[in-house]
Design a binder for this molecule. Structure first.
Ligand code: M6R
Length: 470
């Protein structure tokens, strides 16, 4: 060290490559920390006579509601006298203190055993808040979307990019956009997209989905899209997260803080926002107006239906989940939008309960996977799409006749009584919105299966809430 702590860190940092968020201590300077970041989030919490450093706002909420979101290239010197921020060139800049507006209840379990269950139960409110923000009497208003009507009309390709659960939300967006807008939609995992030399230009719309707004791969994919000149729109839950700050167009989901590692309410609100966006575009480019009005009506009804479902059927799912103590493998199957939900349901189950699970497009079973079906293997069949009921039911019979135990999640219970061992009936909504309701029992199933096994549901092994590394 040259003697000057801050100066020494600056000299070292200049030599670093890659992404990092560092909090550096020096034996000679007790009581001081120098923090720096590059492409990785770093949040400084300002407490009463104390400071905190984290990669996400959520863990700070028990201690403070005042944070400084450090920017790339900035350096923070934290000492008992306060926090001083320098820019990349070493000039002192004013620290921008951001108040965190999440209410206290949002970060407490509120009588629930786990945050995951609380967050599942909060979905009607999360949907109400999100939809209420953008869906007004006069129509849809998206204040942070600055795309002009002529720019929207010129879009000839949409790319949706995300990771994990947010990617699964994107799968539903693809189906909706293609069917309503008749514009080709590609969907990619962010970790793949950034390395596959994507083809994007000024007439492409890149939709980025991220609950945290900090996922390293998703952020890199967004930057690549911006570099290529695409129009970029981000769907985020965390206000002022890196993705939200860098995206030229943003739609926030208003799900409130999601503390459990397993994403639930962020996911359903992401799907609701995608449906809203599809309606917004189709209004501007004047396509499928009939469908659009029907969907808007459905979106208005959605929060109450989610409420009604949770009130009347959470127990049914809990009972099914009790059987899961004997499950070693599980399969989720569905077609079209139901396949999207099957993929998310399967991820959720393995993520929190550690039961091995796979999702298949129902029509694919007979191309190999059927070999794994034997007596008692649980198959969760999603059947919510009117046009595909007969086909999916026939695939469910293929599994049933090999001994599978069938659990059906459906808005057509009468069509499944013969084949299903248990049925979770869903309220009715227009088919394109059914994934948002159908997701809820899959989340409950995962939750109750994990809770029955006595697992640490909110913090599954090996996983982190924000994935800020590649
Ligand atoms: O914050 P993000 O939405 O970008 O996170 C993406 C994934 O890491 C996340 O959805 C992950 O798959 C969840 N743990 C799933 O429950």
């Amino acid at each position: 060290m040259t003697g000057d702590f801050v100066q020494t860190v600056r000299q070292v940092v200049e030599k670093l490559k890659g992404s990092y968020a560092l909090a550096i201590l020096a034996a000679q300077r007790p009581g001081e920390i120098v923090a720096v970041r590059q492409d990785s989030p770093l949040i400084i919490g300002l407490g009463q006579g104390e400071y905190f450093i984290a990669s996400d706002i959520s863990p700070l909420l028990d201690y403070t509601r005042q944070v400084i979101i450090l920017e790339d290239g900035q350096l923070a010197h934290i000492a008992s006298q306060g926090v001083k921020i320098q820019d990349r060139d070493g000039n002192e800049v004013a620290a921008k203190i951001t108040p965190v507006l999440w209410d206290a209840e949002a970060v407490e379990k509120g009588g629930f055993q786990h945050f995951m269950l609380k967050e599942i139960m909060e979905q009607p409110a999360a949907l109400r808040n999100t939809l209420g923000k953008y869906l007004q009497e006069g129509g849809i208003s998206l204040p942070r979307v600055h795309l002009r009507p002529e720019e929207l009309r010129a879009i000839d390709r949409i790319c949706i990019v995300a990771c994990g659960t947010a990617y699964h939300a994107g799968l539903t967006g693809k189906v909706l956009f293609e069917s309503m807008l008749r514009i080709p939609v590609e969907i990619d995992l962010a970790s793949e997209f950034r390395y596959r030399k994507p083809i994007l230009d000024g007439n492409s719309l890149l939709i980025i989905i991220s609950q945290s707004g900090e996922t390293a791969d998703t952020l890199a994919a967004m930057r690549e899209g911006l570099r290529l000149g695409a129009k970029v729109l981000a769907i985020c839950n965390v206000v002022d997260s890196t993705i939200a700050r860098e995206a030229p167009n943003v739609i926030y989901t208003v799900a409130g803080p999601e503390i459990a590692v397993a994403s639930t309410k962020a996911y359903t609100t992401q799907m609701a926002v995608l449906a809203l966006l599809a309606c917004y575009f189709s209004q501007v480019i004047k396509r499928e107006e009939g469908v659009f009005l029907q969907l808007l009506q459905g979106l208005r009804e959605l929060p109450n239906l989610a409420d009604a479902f949770l009130a009347s059927h959470a127990k049914t799912v809990e009972e099914i989940a009790r059987l899961s103590l004997d499950w070693r493998d599980a399969f989720f199957i569905g077609r079209g939008l139901d396949w999207a939900i099957a993929q998310e349901g399967s991820l959720k189950l393995k993520e929190v309960s550690y039961i091995h699970s796979e999702a298949y497009a129902a029509g694919e079973l007979k191309h190999g996977t059927l070999a794994l079906i034997e007596e008692g293997v649980p198959v969760i069949g999603l059947v919510t799409q009117q046009q595909l009921v007969e086909k999916t039911v026939s695939n469910i019979w293929e599994a049933k006749s090999r001994g599978a135990a069938i659990y059906a999640i459906t808005q057509f219970p009468q069509r499944l009584t013969d084949v299903a061992d248990a049925i979770i009936p869903l309220p009715r909504l227009p088919d394109p919105l059914m994934p948002i309701l159908a997701a809820i029992p899959t989340q409950l199933l995962a939750y109750y299966a994990a809770a029955a096994r006595g697992l640490d549901v909110d913090k599954p092994r090996n996983l982190a809430k924000s994935v800020t590394v590649e």
